[in-house]
Design a protein. Structure first.
Length: 298
């Protein structure tokens, strides 16, 4: 009997030892005191958390650098460029003909030579190679076609966004019209972003040679309007003797009461006794670009 009782006590002690060792192991796993990989897992979780924060912050648009407006020609075709230099890197957009934005990315060397790759969507289609001489960029486009653009204006201030909803509404491509040109055949205007600066460029024209061109920096976006620091140029038969007429400076586009478009508030033609209805529509044209990130560079 004594031997049987002794065996039972030994069995009980063994069971208790295993139980407490198990608890000790569980406690070590929970607190990360073991070296079996769980501590690494916990550290990985912390690293992932910081990594997520880093990724979120990287999505924010950095505010840096002056954006320069250039105008000129590529093989006789008028072009407009908005470029920003960041160290040796150059980024920006350029526009021609139907005002669809094309992305430019490249580098400038110490001897002021540069290259700019042209992107259509996400693919490189062509390139500018040349030299910067003061405020002029010139060289070859596609390896054989000559180009030259000249600095027109510098934009230093970032865009003040008061309404995120209207900012999202404004970004991208829109239909554009001036009643003297046509209310049936629209022009196109694009709103892009370089760093913290919202840039706008658009045009409308007809077979008679009438034209409307808008270019500049959007300085503020709010619930009811946006402000453009730039130019609105018109050239119309029968108005201002058919000569080019330009509004220059701070211009306001307000949402019309029907909520279908923004209309230029400074409607009086500065060169003749006429009223211009210049409208940027909420409606968007059929676009080659389905990715909204193609309108934003940082």
């Amino acid at each position: 009997m004594k031997q049987k009782a002794r065996i039972i006590r030994i069995l009980k002690l063994s069971i208790l030892t295993v139980f407490f060792c198990g608890l000790s192991g569980l406690y070590s796993l929970d607190t990360g005191h073991t070296k079996n990989g769980y501590t690494i897992t916990k550290k990985n979780k912390k690293r992932d958390k910081h990594s997520d924060k880093k990724n979120k912050s990287s999505k924010k648009v950095e505010t840096s650098g002056v954006v320069i407006l250039y105008e000129g020609h590529v093989d006789g075709i008028p072009v407009t460029m908005f470029l920003q230099k960041k160290g040796n890197e150059i980024i920006g957009f350029y526009f021609y003909r139907w005002a669809r934005p094309l992305i430019l990315r490249g580098e400038i060397s110490d001897d002021n030579t540069f290259f700019l790759d042209e992107y259509v969507g996400a693919e490189v289609q062509n390139a500018f190679d040349g030299k910067i001489d003061g405020t002029t960029l010139s060289g070859k486009y596609g390896g054989y076609t000559s180009f030259e653009v000249n600095e027109v204006k510098k934009f230093e201030s970032d865009t003040k966004v008061i309404s995120n909803e209207r900012f999202e509404k404004l970004m991208g491509e829109h239909l554009l019209s001036l009643q003297w040109i046509s209310w049936d055949f629209y022009g196109n205007i694009s709103v892009v972003m370089i760093g913290g600066k919202v840039i706008m460029y658009g045009q409308q024209f007809n077979f008679r040679g009438d034209s409307l061109v808008i270019a500049g920096l959007v300085t503020e976006i709010n619930d009811n309007s946006f402000t453009l620091n730039g130019t609105v140029s018109t050239q119309l038969r029968g108005i201002a003797k058919g000569e080019n007429c330009t509004r220059d400076g701070e211009l306001t586009f307000s949402i019309y009461p029907n909520g279908a478009f923004w209309r230029l508030k400074q409607m009086e033609n500065p060169c003749d006794n006429f009223i211009d209805y210049i409208d940027i529509y909420f409606k968007r044209p059929a676009s080659r670009y389905n990715n909204e990130n193609l309108y934003i560079l940082d």
